[in-house]
Write a protein that binds this ligand. Structure first.
Ligand code: 0O2
Length: 264
């Protein structure tokens, strides 16, 4: 296949990966904005390299001419969560969206692979708008925890190093590490509420402070300098108390002051 044809085939997949990563990052931003916990921690996307596509065709014994039907993961999205529970929330969320049509589902968390691999896979159809019109492409979405991702990344590198022939003593260590990852995920789940609460109040505080600083900055163009210095001093005093309620109250009062100036 010549390079121009490869480019033509891969372009809709590149578009799908860019759009989907943007959408999932939007979900993270929206949660941050509202100071709520995001079940999605990180999103990455990639289009499979031509060399890997050729390798996969060879492994599966399928023709390169029909990769769109035979290779499910030309477009790959990886969603990383903090906790196992989040994975199932993300799966439900994706299933309820109108922009994905799920055609296959693999739960390698309940049914761990022999290698020790754990992750939740969805194969979905996603529509992109090409110059020639709408086109549906297959996308593989892998959803896993940070800990599962650590294991899978290390194991993947070893597969590459040993050309898919990992020696038994290394395999054994990987298998023990996979068990440790299960325990780690379970223990993290037990203190999940506490961790999420801590992260939420951190985010809420960061949002309030950003709002206050923004309002003070805007006041510079409308209020008199002495008043602003007084407001700033008051802000530093409230900030030092490390009391979220006081900070919230200060922010509301500041909004009323700013509103008053704007009305003048
Ligand atoms: P790469 O290099 O990550 O892209 P299918 O994709 O359904 O045609 P397969 O392999 O039967 O073929 O599907 P499966 O088992 O769902 O695997 C799809 C992808 O999951 C793999 O893509 C890996 O990314 C990941 N995966 C599956 N098993 C393992 C494992 O044991 N270890 C690691 N580290 N990752 C795994 P590729 O194309 O095999 O690899």
């Amino acid at each position: 296949m010549d390079i121009q044809l490869w480019k033509e085939i891969l372009l809709p997949y590149q578009m799908a990966v860019s759009e989907i990563t943007l959408k999932f990052n939007g979900i993270i931003s929206e949660h941050r904005n509202f100071g709520t916990y995001s079940p999605i921690e990180q999103v990455n996307g990639r289009v499979k390299k031509i060399s890997s596509i050729l390798e996969k065709c060879q492994k599966k014994g399928t023709s390169v001419d029909d990769i769109e039907n035979n290779i499910e993961d030309i477009a790959g999205i990886r969603i990383i969560c903090q906790f196992v529970e989040d994975i199932y929330k993300v799966v439900d969320m994706i299933k309820n969206r109108s922009d994905f049509e799920i055609i296959q589902e693999k739960d390698y968390i309940t049914n761990q692979k022999e290698s020790g691999y754990r992750s939740y896979h969805l194969i979905a159809l996603y529509e992109v708008q090409m110059l020639s019109g709408p086109k549906k492409v297959k996308v593989e979405i892998q959803i896993r925890t940070l800990a599962m991702n650590f294991w899978a990344t290390v194991e993947h590198s070893l597969q590459y190093k040993y050309k898919h022939n990992i020696p038994p003593h290394v395999r054994k260590k990987l298998s023990n590490a996979a068990d440790a990852i299960i325990t780690l995920d379970e223990q993290m789940s037990e203190i999940r509420e506490e961790i999420a609460d801590a992260q939420n109040s951190f985010q809420i505080k960061a949002n309030i402070i950003a709002d206050i600083l923004n309002t003070i900055q805007n006041l510079y163009s409308i209020a008199n300098k002495r008043e602003i210095v007084k407001i700033q001093d008051e802000f530093f005093r409230v900030y030092k108390t490390d009391d979220l309620e006081k900070l919230e109250r200060f922010s509301k009062e500041l909004d009323i002051i700013a509103e008053g100036y704007r009305a003048q």
